[in-house]
Design a protein around this ligand. Sequence first.
Ligand code: PMV
Length: 304
Amino acid sequence: MKELSKTYGKIILIGEHSVVYGMPAIAIPFNGVELNVYISENDKNFISCKFFEGELENSSEELRGITELVNSFLNKYQISRKIKIIIDSTIPNERGMGSSAAASFGVSKALFEYFEIDASIDEIIEIANVSEKIIHGNPSGVDLGVVSSNSSIYFIKGKEFEYFPINIDAYLIIADTGIKGKTKEAVSDVKDILDREEANYDKINMLGKLANNAKNYIQIGEINKLGETMYLAHQLLKELTVSNEKLDNLVEISMKHGALGAKLTGGGRGGCMIALSDTKEKALKIKEELSKLSANTWMTYLKK
Ligand code: PMV
């Protein structure tokens, strides 16, 4: 069966949560994990993936977003032909690595390809958003921005994203806590914290400032400052209650072994963290130490 779309994971370098409130974020694609979608003719609408295999109309709660997406596509284009969709993914679920955006965009793109309907990226994103809204509640759009472009981006909600090449002599280590992230819950709790105490908006504004500083440090290759900025962002995210003990522990272990900076990435309360290193040797050491306590680790060089 021909693969109709291939999408990759993503990492938010800086700006998660504050991006929901109009602050900038920087996110990069992560090609170490991927998601492929295959579609073929079938006698019933059928879906097969990690969570579920069976008729689309009986799909599980985890697949509600994708099910609604497929139904909304078929209704919009008045298609009555039946299909089988296979989603084959190595992106860990609910770990802040963009698995839902990759699945939403990947399935949407594959549907347009399979039915040979010409569509712009915006039209593919519009269909993908049906699922993202169900999964995330109030998504900023940063995940779909990276996944749809497969490029690093500087993103502000509601604006056209900027392609933002990251070309720095540094290594990024990624560790999966093995705990499911709780993006929807964390986003809603941050809202409660802000509603309760107006002064907490200072933390959001500060996170926005840090994201802009990070952009500048990336442009001038100041990796030490970039690391410090990442670590400061982690402290603010912690104050906003979206970290947890395991994430904090992995961040501190990275710092102890020479990371320039480290922070949680994505929605938090589980999921993944990232650490920045200036040398390969140190990066390998950090990765080794993190792997003792995490479900999985990856490393990527940020110079293209
Ligand atoms: O948990 P993830 O990788 O889907 O990232 C969520 C990022 C947030 O800023 C927390 C929410 C959003 O919609 O941008």
